[in-house]
Design a binder for this molecule. Structure first.
Ligand code: GRF
Length: 192
């Protein structure tokens, strides 16, 4: 049986898209479920395009019940990939998937991470700090924002004339290039 990944995403889902494309023809790994806290998230459309089941949950369900964990277990999900998911992962879910949840962050952690550091907030902070380089961090997830063990980092140069869009683009290119590959390497190593 293939190893089964669930993606959590809150927004557009361009990284989710790359993951779905990457594993579409894999014999070993599949994206089996896409979950979101946002019923309007474009990632739901992307999942539909790949005929991947989706689940939308609210705060109560996520933090006050075990319904999401039950769903993941019922669907025999082996691994969780966060791709632009904005809510903190509850301890119960981390305990249910120890060492089996990863996230991608659009900066070189430990710089520019933590609560409120997402999307344009990150890129604006990087530029305001006058950084000569930006980057991405793929890391394991624990109970705090952006603090789990780092798995992989990649860097890009920030030129003097770069605006927000340029910096975002460079970061996104790196994310799309590396996230599916890094996830594949990790998931291949875990036991079903
Ligand atoms: C990415 O920049 C990722 O690093 C961060 O959220 C963003 C998600 O973008 N965690 P997308 O929805 O995958 O396009």
């Amino acid at each position: 049986m293939k190893k089964r990944i669930a993606i959590f995403a809150s927004g557009s889902g361009s990284n989710a898209q790359k993951l779905m494309e990457h594993f579409k023809r894999s014999n070993e790994i599949e994206i089996s479920l896409v979950l979101t806290n946002n019923a309007d998230a474009y990632v739901l459309q992307r999942a539909d395009n790949f005929e991947i089941p989706t689940h939308v949950f609210d705060k109560n369900e996520f933090y006050k019940t075990e319904e999401v964990i039950d769903l993941l277990k019922n669907l025999e999900i082996d691994f969780i990939v966060l791709a632009g998911f904005l809510w903190l992962i509850p301890k119960s879910l981390i305990n249910a998937y120890p060492g089996r949840i990863v996230n991608i962050h659009p900066a070189l952690l430990p710089k520019f991470g933590g609560k409120g550091m997402y999307g344009d907030h990150v890129h604006n902070a990087v530029m305001a700090a006058g950084e000569a380089e930006g980057g991405i961090t793929i890391h394991y997830v624990d109970e705090n924002y952006d603090e789990g063990e780092y798995i992989y980092q990649a860097r890009y140069r920030i030129d003097k004339n770069d605006n927000l869009e340029m910096v975002k683009f460079k970061g996104q290119q790196l994310e799309h290039q590396h996230y599916p590959r890094v996830v594949e390497t990790i998931v291949k190593k875990i036991k079903k």
